[in-house]
Structure formats: structure tokens, C-alpha cells
Design a protein. Structure first.
Length: 245
């Protein structure tokens, strides 16, 4: 009998989550942004489950689902409204989430005009949290050599530690011919974590030109994690080379 009760509660929780996800997908953009800040339990069933299991999960709140929905935004008509919200005093506290939504629109529509706007926005604000929000999402954007990425290169070479990590995310999928050499030079002076992030960026930007420095580090390091990142970078680069040849 207790098992049946627990099973019934789990089913109710799943139904609550599905209902919320459906509502968020059809909600207006303002509602979605507000829900991205909502960390309260989704329902009473969630609260009961938390008490039963003595645990709290990221999927227990609307914010987790709102973020997932924001990642899929692609309606170009929402761009103007979102840009206007950036200067709306009532939504000042939600600015990070507005930038997240704009970044999703940028990536999903390959909107390079919006890319320039977003880079200009984070450059003017100099807010590390905003920079992280935007660049972590823009890593999936294909960046042709004609795109101006000078600010990202500046963050990588002259920014704070967090700026450098964020810049490495933003530089992924860049087709600029000078990026690989810049990454090689940064790799030589970086700490272990940054080296791992550079390897992640080299997966989409590197050529066999970087193999020498990667192989040297592979022989030198005792970190299995860094070795994995080096192996992964080389494997992805070789795969891309085979596809293009």
C-alpha cells in the first residue's frame, strides 16, 4: 500500500512538471522571464515529494523549466520586445534573463546583427554575471571570419579570470584564422582549468597546428582530466579535418 501511494505521488509530480512546461511554452515572453527567477516549488505535490525523499532537485522549481524553454526561443518577432525590456525599469532585476533570451534568439536564428548588439551591451555594462550569461549561450553560434569578435579576444587576454573562461565559451565555433594561434599562446601560460577550457574551444576552432603544444602538455601533466580534454580536442580536430577533406 505505501508503495502505491508513493508511486501515485511520483506520477502526480510528473504531471505537474509536464503541465508547467506546456504553460511556459505558450506563455508570453514577460511571463517566461519572470518565471526564470521563480525558485519556489512547482506544486504541493513537489513539496510532499521533497519531504518524502528528504531531497531537493533543480527540476523542482519553475526557473529550471523556464530556462529550458528560453534555450529554444526562435520567434524573430520577440527580439524587438526583448530589447525594449532591457530599458524597462520594472524588468531591471530580470535583465540577466532578458539577455539570456536574446542570446537564444541570436543562436537559434544565426542573427549576427543581434550578436553585435549583445556584445555591445555586455561591453558597456562590464557586469561579469551578464557577460557569463551571454557568452555561455553564444558558444553555439557559428562565427564567420567577417564577424567582429575583438571584444572576446580582449576578454581572453586582458580580462578577469572569469572573463577569460567566458571568452573561451564565446570563441567556440569561430572561423577566424588568428584564433588558434591566440589559443596556443594562452595555453602556454594558463592554469590547468583554463587549459581544459582552451581544449574545449580548440575542438571547434583548432587544426593540427596545435597538436605540438597539446602533446607536450599531455606528457607533462599528471591530471587525467586535462589528458581527457587534450585527447578530446585532438579527436574532434581530426574528425573535422577528415570531414572537410
Amino acid at each position: 500500500m505505501p508503495f502505491q501511494l508513493f508511486k501515485s505521488l511520483d506520477k502526480k509530480v510528473e504531471e505537474d512538471k509536464k503541465r508547467l512546461l506546456s504553460e511556459l511554452k505558450s506563455a508570453d515572453i514577460k511571463t517566461l522571464i519572470i518565471q526564470m527567477d521563480n525558485n519556489e516549488p512547482i506544486s504541493e505535490n513537489i513539496v510532499k515529494k521533497q519531504k518524502r525523499d528528504m531531497s531537493f532537485g533543480s527540476e523542482d522549481s519553475p526557473s529550471w523549466f523556464a530556462y529550458r524553454v528560453s534555450d529554444e526561443l526562435s520567434d524573430k518577432n520577440q527580439k524587438t520586445e526583448l530589447i525594449k525590456l532591457l530599458s524597462d525599469e520594472e524588468f531591471e532585476k530580470h535583465k540577466k534573463h532578458i539577455l539570456r533570451c536574446l542570446s537564444s534568439l541570436c543562436v537559434n536564428n544565426q542573427d549576427y546583427e543581434l550578436f553585435d548588439f549583445l556584445i555591445s551591451s555586455i561591453k558597456q555594462s562590464n557586469n561579469e554575471d551578464f557577460i557569463t550569461t551571454v557568452l555561455s549561450r553564444l558558444r553555439d553560434l557559428k562565427k564567420p571570419e567577417t564577424l567582429n569578435i575583438e571584444f572576446l579576444k580582449f576578454l581572453l587576454t586582458d580580462g578577469t579570470y572569469q572573463n577569460r573562461i567566458d571568452a573561451l565559451s564565446g570563441l567556440q565555433n569561430s572561423q577566424h584564422s588568428d584564433i588558434e594561434e591566440l589559443l596556443i599562446q594562452e595555453f602556454k601560460r594558463a592554469d590547468q582549468h583554463t587549459k581544459e577550457m582552451i581544449c574545449a574551444t580548440l575542438r571547434t576552432t583548432g587544426t593540427d597546428k596545435c597538436f605540438e603544444v597539446l602533446d607536450e602538455e599531455y606528457k607533462r601533466t599528471r591530471s587525467n582530466t586535462l589528458k581527457y580534454f587534450i585527447e578530446s580536442a585532438k579527436e574532434k580536430i581530426k574528425k573535422r579535418k577528415n570531414i572537410s577533406s
